[in-house]
Design a protein around this ligand. Structure first.
Ligand code: ZN
Length: 301
């Protein structure tokens, strides 16, 4: 018995040092906003559940718990969060009831250094959300946003048969373990980064670009992150539009690395490792895109 105690005394500090024993309390709060997109696209509820499962089963980043909520989270959840992840049609705090209070709540979280992640259309703000010069706290929390038909700036949403996503910051932790990839998706272009002629702020890092659109290609910023003055971190990525693209290991690792980095956990050298998720397990309306039925032709006069 005494030998066992002695061995424990010798070994325990190693476990603490490696984090295997330490009570790492990383908590990811995933907020699903409203969506009206056809089955197989956006699939924000299934996407939220998929992200929860992935972050709770990262084989090389232990001790992460996640909650998924479909309405505005209560104070206990907000206070516990290491990072808040949004998925939905446009930035969910602006689309859920009581937008002003939601934004104030997120502001409180950001002030204490909480992370923020927006996936695909959750990076989006509409003209009604921003003042005429484009100012909105999301610009500072996340580093940039997708400007949907705004007065000051118009980002562009279009589905490309094959968009190639290229790493733009090889040394950044979020870039670990994924490589250039090509997918059929809707990476937004001409995203908005601020009043300095749309140049990202000094604390913003562009993580990935894509040469778009195909007929007049130039490098477009399709993922970025920010290290904020309040100590918090933000990560925005303008994919995936199609639910099936969660199967893409490079894209999935890219997003999971971003969540881990904003939660201030170390991104492993080869990036986050997860088992490939079984997409049907998260109850999407459809795995593959189902186009809406054509609108009935107008009756002949
Ligand atoms: Zn979309």
């Amino acid at each position: 018995m005494r030998t066992i105690a002695r061995v424990f005394a010798l070994v325990a500090p190693l476990f603490f040092a490696t984090g295997l024993f330490a009570a790492e309390s990383t908590h990811v709060l995933i907020v699903v906003g409203p969506s009206k997109h056809p089955p197989g696209s956006h699939e924000v509820a299934a996407g939220g559940r998929l992200m929860k499962s992935c972050v709770e089963h990262m084989t090389n980043v232990p001790g992460v718990q996640a909650d998924v909520v479909y309405e505005w989270p209560d104070k206990a959840l907000r206070d516990a969060a290491s990072t808040i992840v949004f998925i939905g049609d446009q930035f969910p705090p602006n689309r859920l009831p009581n937008a002003a209070q939601n934004l104030a709540d997120v502001g409180e979280m950001m002030k204490r250094g909480c992370g923020i992640v927006c996936v695909h259309y959750a990076t989006g703000l509409a003209a009604e959300d921003v003042v005429d010069d484009g100012e909105h706290p999301l610009l500072h929390w996340l580093g940039g946003y997708f400007a949907t038909k705004c007065k000051h700036h118009q980002s562009i949403a279009r589905i490309y048969p094959a968009a190639t996503i290229t790493p733009a910051a090889p040394q950044h932790p979020i870039t670990r373990g994924w490589h250039e990839f090509t997918l059929n998706d809707e990476p937004y272009i001409n995203n908005y980064f601020g009043k300095d002629d749309n140049h990202p702020s000094a604390n913003v890092t562009i993580l990935a670009t894509s040469l778009l659109p195909p007929e007049a290609p130039k490098p477009e910023n399709v993922a970025w992150c920010v290290q904020r003055e309040d100590g918090g971190r933000g990560f925005g990525i303008v994919m995936p539009h199609f639910y099936k693209n969660w199967r893409n290991e490079d894209l999935r690792r890219f997003i999971l690395n971003g969540i881990v980095w904003t939660a201030k956990r170390e991104v492993p050298t080869g990036g986050v490792i997860t088992e490939p998720p079984k997409l049907e397990e998260f109850s999407p309306v459809a795995l593959e895109y189902v186009p809406p039925p054509p609108k009935p032709a107008a009756p002949k006069p």
